[in-house]
Design a protein around this ligand. Structure first.
Ligand code: HEM
Length: 235
């Protein structure tokens, strides 16, 4: 049993699968989170009711948070370990030859991944823990139309957040980095799963690019709409 576990977790191929699996969890999360955020465009009631629904069962919420954290840690730690193994196997890995076939996305995976990780820490402190902007705690509660329940006004908080130009700029730049990371990440995922063969390569690479762009446009549409005044402060 011990040797089987070590075979899975310690071998390069095992680590690649762990990275692919954890990557799939994170890909699913960003898509669902992006779609959830788009409810800002449906108005204050819609997004506040949605946010409240997500928070309504603390056990499910915390279970999901631990699951997401575990997926993130597995993804980061296996990435670090695989990069170290690759460097050890190819001491001349910094040679020019390596860059002939490499795309900007593949060359910057470590950098974009680290910056996205830093962004997530900032983002959680910004909108979930709300310590970067304690004034968000003073926002008046919103009363849901159907249940008359008093809930945190996520709608107003998001608008207040993105009205600050530097905050919007950070989010937009980080979403561009996320797009770059996801585009190469999805291609690598197909490679690890063994389906990126000569027949499918071009179409799968296109699919990866489309996925990255969909995520980018979906996320940045919120700060851009707020900056343009297209999302009314109460709506
Ligand atoms: C414009 C882009 C984004 C907006 C407007 C946004 C909005 C939000 C908001 C409002 C919350 C707090 C929800 C609440 O308190 O009910 C939140 C939480 C969170 N967001 Fe985002 N988000 C964005 C991008 C991202 C990205 C790109 C990631 C990850 C790569 C991400 C990961 C998270 C995580 C992990 C949480 C904490 C969830 C929890 O409560 O456990 N977000 N986001």
């Amino acid at each position: 049993m011990k040797t089987t576990c070590c075979h899975i977790f310690c071998s390069s191929i095992g680590k690649k699968y762990l990275m692919a699996l954890s990557g799939m969890v994170l890909l699913g999360f960003v898509l669902v989170h992006m779609l959830g955020n788009l409810q800002v465009f449906l108005g204050q009631e819609a997004i506040n009711a949605y946010a409240d629904k997500l928070q309504s069962s603390p056990a499910v919420l915390w279970g999901f948070r631990f699951f997401l954290l575990a997926a993130t840690l597995i993804h980061v730690l296996t990435a670090i370990s695989l990069v170290r193994e690759n460097r050890a196997a190819r001491p001349d890995a910094n040679g020019d030859e390596k860059f002939v076939q490499a795309t900007i996305g593949s060359r910057t995976m470590g950098l974009t991944g680290s910056l996205i990780f830093a962004f997530i820490v900032f983002h959680v402190l910004h909108y979930t823990v709300r310590v970067t902007h304690p004034e968000y705690q003073q926002i008046a509660h919103y009363t849901l139309g159907k249940s008359h329940k008093e809930v945190h006004d996520v709608y107003t908080m998001v608008i207040m957040g993105f009205q600050e130009k530097w905050i919007s700029a950070i989010y937009i730049v980080c979403m561009a980095l996320l797009c770059l990371h996801l585009t190469h990440g999805v291609s690598s995922l197909f490679q690890t799963l063994g389906i990126r063969n000569t027949t499918w390569k071009t179409n799968l690479d296109r699919l990866a690019i489309v996925y990255g762009w969909v995520i980018f446009i979906g996320f940045v549409s919120v700060p851009i709409a707020v900056l343009m005044g297209a999302v009314p402060p109460t709506g």
